[in-house]
Write a protein that binds this ligand. Structure first.
Ligand code: ADP
Length: 404
């Protein structure tokens, strides 16, 4: 089954076309990115495996025009990978927030669309953009079934004592304020793939997945189900990120707002866009720049690195307690897959758990699956590159197949 996977943001969209023969037998036909939607001039970058990338600039006033340009490219003579658009049997979308309603991926119907619409209040930057993709496909390919996969769905198995905040309960009832967690598709994928790689039965396992990228979250996975995760009501909570603060004492917010005469919106911008690695170092939000600056002796870049590693370590410790022990720790995401110093810094000192970390192996691992512990290690640590699009394509295929 040929599946088009779309990840629509407010001014950009990413796509992949996958030929899904089964869950594990698939091939990537093409992928790409449409940028600067709604600006004077937009851009489309299209990649076909083993071919040079193709970039075109053109005005892309909205998502429908952007998706139409992608569809035209997919069947074009020069850069196409399909004979006809009829070959696309299903479209899968990444959707940020599924609230408490979506506990797994769902076929797009009027009802599901209305539920996603309702959840825009919880993800005002993301869900509306995700919906634009759904609406564009309805317009361009009305006969093709669509499926939505939610960043929050994997975390819906958390027990109430893990997702409830200790604030007056009425705010949960009134405004649905609770921990939802994000990156669920990634955590679900790497937990399963990492367990298989480590030779561990996921149905009888204690796994901690560390998705570390521009946004970072860590999840405790027991027997394949999420029992806790570090992001919360929004992606703001947890470990420090590229530009997000991660968890801080909540009272800092009104204190600082008063001192600096800042509105709630301005405060949010500081915590979301100006904090984290960028805020501490003053150098960059990018882990590579931080590593370079720290290596050159920049003290605040070193501090940013140390805070990040220490925060990851503390959450690993907390989740080891929550899981009643740990069998496997998995690193993924741009930082998790590539940054040997971050992995080393986070694991260093956890030898008491039964981790025999192989520093030499760790140093050489960038963007590929690898075991980072010695064969005798009681607790295993590995790198597993994430593949959220594959999960979306699998879920889409399986849901659409079940309709037949
Ligand atoms: P997003 O959360 O936007 O999907 P990614 O998962 O792509 O982000 O992660 C981006 C982060 O990964 C950046 O901080 C970047 O510096 C980091 N990264 C990518 N490659 C490397 C590398 N070779 N060494 C260290 N960090 C890296």
């Amino acid at each position: 089954m040929i599946v088009l996977v779309l990840n629509c943001g407010s001014s950009s969209l990413k796509y992949q076309v996958l030929d899904m023969k089964s869950d594990d037998n698939y091939s990537l036909l093409a992928k790409g990115l449409v940028e600067r939607i709604g600006e004077k001039m937009g851009a489309l970058t299209h990649r076909v495996p083993d071919q040079d990338k193709y970039t075109v600039e053109m005005p892309i006033p909205d998502h429908t025009v952007g998706i139409k340009a992608v569809l035209d490219l997919l069947v074009s003579k020069e850069h196409g990978v399909l004979k006809s658009l009829k070959e696309i049997e299903a479209v899968g979308h990444r959707v940020a927030h599924g609230g408490e309603y979506f506990k797994g991926s769902a076929l797009v119907t009027d009802k599901t669309q209305a539920e996603i619409e309702k959840l825009c209040v919880l993800a005002p930057l993301h869900n509306p953009a995700n919906l634009l993709g759904v609406k564009a496909i309805k317009e361009l390919m009305p006969e093709v079934p669509q499926v939505t996969t939610f960043d929050t769905a994997f975390h819906q198995t958390m027990p109430d004592y893990a997702y409830t905040y200790a604030i007056p309960y009425e705010y949960y009832e009134k405004y649905a304020i609770r921990r939802y967690g994000f990156h669920g598709t990634s955590h679900k994928f790497v937990a399963a793939a990492g367990a298989a790689f480590a030779g561990i039965d996921i149905n009888n396992s204690r796994i901690i997945t560390c998705h570390l990228g521009n946004g970072s979250s860590i999840t405790a996975v027991k027997d394949g189900r999420c029992i806790d995760t570090s992001m919360g009501f929004t992606p703001q909570e947890g470990v420090p990120m590229g530009t997000r603060s991660g968890s801080i004492d909540a009272t800092i917010v009104p204190y600082l707002a008063e001192k600096e005469n800042l509105s709630p919106k301005e405060m949010e911008k500081i915590l979301n866009k100006k904090s984290g690695l960028l805020g501490i170092s003053g150098v960059s939000s990018d882990c590579r720049d931080i590593e370079e600056a720290a290596g050159a002796g920049n003290v605040r870049a070193s501090l940013a690195q140390n805070i990040l590693c220490y925060s990851i370590k503390k959450i690993i410790g907390a989740y080891t307690a929550a899981l009643g022990g740990v069998d496997l720790i998995i690193f993924t995401g741009g930082i998790g897959e590539n940054s040997a110093p971050t992995r080393f810094g986070a694991i260093q000192g956890l030898e008491y758990l039964g981790i025999e970390f192989d520093e030499e192996v760790n140093k050489g691992i960038h963007g590929k699956e690898a075991m980072l512990t010695k064969p005798s290690s009681k607790v295993k640590v590995c790198v597993m590159p994430t593949n959220e699009e594959l999960v979306i394509a699998r879920d889409t295929m399986n849901i659409v197949k079940s309709l037949k």
